[in-house]
Design a protein around this ligand. Structure first.
Ligand code: BYC
Length: 318
């Protein structure tokens, strides 16, 4: 019998990572690598699904048929992203029901951004532009993540996020060029979503407990601060172009570094929201729990139908 040598398995695993060879579900992997992926991918899946709520809130109130159709398509895309990601978590041996129950019990995290309310139509613009913009910044590098199923899921997700970002920017552009009231509504949405969007990238590198290991395993390809800086550098000129002001008095261009310097993030607010004390945390989890309860009869009916078909096929085969 072939001897089982953990050091040798670890060495071969790291060699694959170093050579950019994808790790696939049936490959040997260290338990910590598996657990890190289960944590990150399930949090990501939950974020997609909870992320449908702030925008779903506006489908019935979109200002015209075109806006309604686009928003509906976007929210449906987020549901699809959740499904790919829950499937990717299952390839690691996690149980989907348990994963979802962890969200509903408050044990599992999801992105802080979705705990802020969407108060006006301009918020649909700000969410698409800034939240999906941040999502793209974070997720394009994840297409090169070392775990195959996650990396492949990200390719399609990023294509769709890119359409989402553009539809959001287009809403902001139109409002900013509209009446003074419309422009003020766009500015107000930017004021409320700017800082929470920067928080999406997670704590500063010095405070991020997982970054170093995740970078070594090529689960993450950039640090939280690197991605946040990219987001600021790309978004500030976009705001200027449409005549809106970034709500940061400390924002300034640094000629030497070629980057914008920006003000201090309110990390206390971030951790409060992550811990469940944001403006909408309770509403979001209540809504997801209710959706699960309301959908129970559909799942039971689908299972009963599948069971009946299985029995019929088994009878035919015998
Ligand atoms: N919110 O060591 P760190 C979307 C937690 S979906 C809440 O830096 P890591 C979209 C973190 O989990 C957006 N919690 O962690 C959907 C950790 O706690 P645990 C979601 C946060 O994993 C619909 C602790 O803080 N995107 O964009 O190395 C419509 C320490 O952090 C947050 C993804 O999930 C946060 N913002 O880095 C529109 C992408 N930040 O787990 C748009 C994949 C940190 O130890 N995920 N925490 O209890 C990632 O890239 C990474 O997991 C993160 C965090 C950059 C988010």
């Amino acid at each position: 019998m072939k001897e089982f040598n953990i050091d040798e398995l670890n060495r071969k695993f790291q060699e694959k990572i170093d050579n950019d060879i994808k790790i696939e579900p049936k490959d040997w992997m260290p338990d910590d690598y598996r657990q890190t992926l289960i944590r990150q991918i399930s949090q990501h899946a939950h974020s997609e699904v909870v992320g449908m709520l702030p925008e779903g809130n506006w489908i019935t109130r979109a200002p015209n048929l075109r806006r309604k159709a686009v928003l509906l398509a976007k929210v449906q895309d987020e549901a699809g992203h959740g499904l790919y990601l829950y499937s990717a978590v299952e390839t690691l041996g996690a149980d989907r029901e348990q994963t979802i129950d962890d969200l509903h019990s408050g044990k599992a995290k999801y992105s802080s951004i979705f705990n802020y309310p969407t108060l006006t139509w301009a918020d649909m613009g700000a969410v698409g532009w800034l939240v999906d913009g941040a999502a793209i910044m974070n997720q394009v590098p994840l297409c090169r993540c070392s775990y195959g199923p996650y990396a492949r899921a990200m390719v399609r997700v990023c294509k769709e996020e890119s359409f989402h970002q553009r539809q959001g920017f287009e809403i902001m552009m139109k409002l900013a060029a509209g009446t003074p009231e419309q422009k003020a509504m766009a500015q107000d949405a930017l004021n409320r979503f700017w800082w929470p969007a920067l928080m999406m990238f997670g704590p500063n590198d010095a405070e991020s407990k997982h970054t170093q290991q995740s970078m070594d395993w090529k689960i993450k390809r950039h640090t939280n601060d690197e991605l946040r800086q990219q987001m600021v550098d790309i978004t500030v000129p976009q705001a200027e172009m449409i005549g809106l002001t970034i709500p940061d008095p400390d924002l300034k261009w640094n000629e030497e570094t070629g980057h914008y310097e920006y003000g201090e993030i309110d990390w206390d607010e971030f951790w409060q929201v992550v811990k469940g004390n944001g403006p909408c945390n309770k509403d979001r989890i209540d809504a997801r729990r209710k959706a699960k309860e309301d959908g129970l009869w559909v799942r039971q009916a689908a299972n009963a139908h599948a069971e009946k078909r299985r029995a019929r096929n088994a009878k035919k085969a015998s």
